[in-house]
Ligand binder design. Structure first.
Ligand code: ADP
Ligand code: TRP
Length: 307
């Protein structure tokens, strides 16, 4: 059995890129026999939790919780930070990037990698699916766990990062990577009229309706082929190539596809957003499970440290 753990920050409404690039691949892992998944929200935001539930993360078999419901993680982060060299933390890319942009740098930003290490080590996680940008944080985690184990004997499980090269990069309505920070995202949970507006605003060139077009160059097609069946994408490619098929037609097909493909998820998302206490209950139950697992590890650490 492998324990899989990952955390997602939630800085806004989860968009198509987050769903296809992170949420669905993680849920696939959670469905494989023998995998025991701990997925958590690195924040208090409800929108992201509703998206995980809407896409069918089975919280009866796995563990879904908020970081902030497990305060023990801060205690572990403190112990870990006492075994990690200050100099190495100054080399963290995430810290360097942000500190160049900010006028004032707080200590939390600096020690953040130790909190992330505690997030992982607290649950004996073996596999941690993350994006490339988190690789260095995983190295720090293995490093601090190794240092502690070396000094006190086997205490922590050394986790491995799982970077899935195949995970798609979903383009936004302007063709750049879809991101909340670029404001080019498609929020598939929007009410139909607003979703329609968003899809209609996808940027295209100005070739006339009659002209034959190259689907591969078109932002509408790029999104369509990520959500449609292969034969549907092939049909759209053909229509583009023949001419007489405009971007408005393609946008309409994309909108239809999003609405039908995600109709159940849209309904479930709205259901949870209108029944927040239910979401809360699931997260609270998850936190109980997470705390039980985490306390065993913390106990191990406290014993080694002589508390
Ligand atoms: P954003 O860029 O919108 O702020 P985050 O950095 O919060 O997104 O990413 C959350 C998760 O979603 C990460 O695992 C990230 O790799 C994934 N993700 C974000 N944008 C995309 C995208 N355009 N295509 C594929 N995956 C994405
Ligand atoms: N640092 C991660 C991010 O910015 C989020 C995160 C926090 C995380 N703790 C984690 C990811 C533990 C994996 C495991 O995306």
């Amino acid at each position: 059995m492998a324990r899989i753990l990952t955390g997602i920050q939630s800085s806004g409404r989860p968009h198509l890129g987050n769903i296809l690039g992170a949420i669905l691949p993680a849920i696939e892992l959670s469905k494989k026999d023998g995998n025991d998944c701990f997925f958590f929200i690195a924040d208090l935001h409800t929108l992201t939790s509703a998206a995980w539930m809407a896409f069918g993360f089975d919280t009866s078999k796995n563990t879904f919780y908020r970081q902030s419901d497990v305060p023990e993680v801060c205690e572990l982060a403190w112990y870990l930070s006492c075994y990690f060299p200050y100099q190495r933390l100054t080399l963290a890319h995430s810290f360097k990037d942000k500190s160049e942009k900010l006028a004032e740098i707080n200590t939390g930003l600096f020690t953040y990698p130790m909190l992330m290490a505690a997030d992982i080590l607290m649950y004996d996680a073996q596999i941690v699916p993350v994006g490339k940008d988190q690789l260095q944080h995983l190295e720090f985690t293995r490093d601090v766990a190794g240092r502690f184990n070396h000094q006190y004997g086997e205490t922590f499980v050394l986790p491995e990062a799982r970077i899935d090269e195949k995970v798609m990069v979903v383009p936004g309505i302007d063709g750049e990577k879809m991101s909340k920070s670029y404001n080019n995202y498609i929020d598939i949970f929007l009410p139909e009229p607003e979703l329609k507006k968003k899809v209609m605003s996808i940027v295209t060139d100005s070739l006339p309706l009659e002209a034959p077009k190259d689907a591969e160059q078109c932002n509408v097609y790029k999104l369509f082929q990520l959500v449609a069946e292969a034969h549907e994408a092939a049909t759209m490619r053909q229509k583009y190539a023949q001419g007489g098929y405009g971007y408005g037609h393609a946008k309409k097909e994309l909108l239809e596809k999003l609405l039908t493909k995600y109709s159940q998820e849209r309904e479930r998302f709205n259901y949870y957003m209108n029944h927040l206490p239910e979401l809360d209950l699931a997260l609270k139950a998850g936190a109980e499970k997470a705390r039980q697992t985490g306390q065993v590890v913390l106990h191990r650490v406290r014993e080694k440290l002589g508390f």
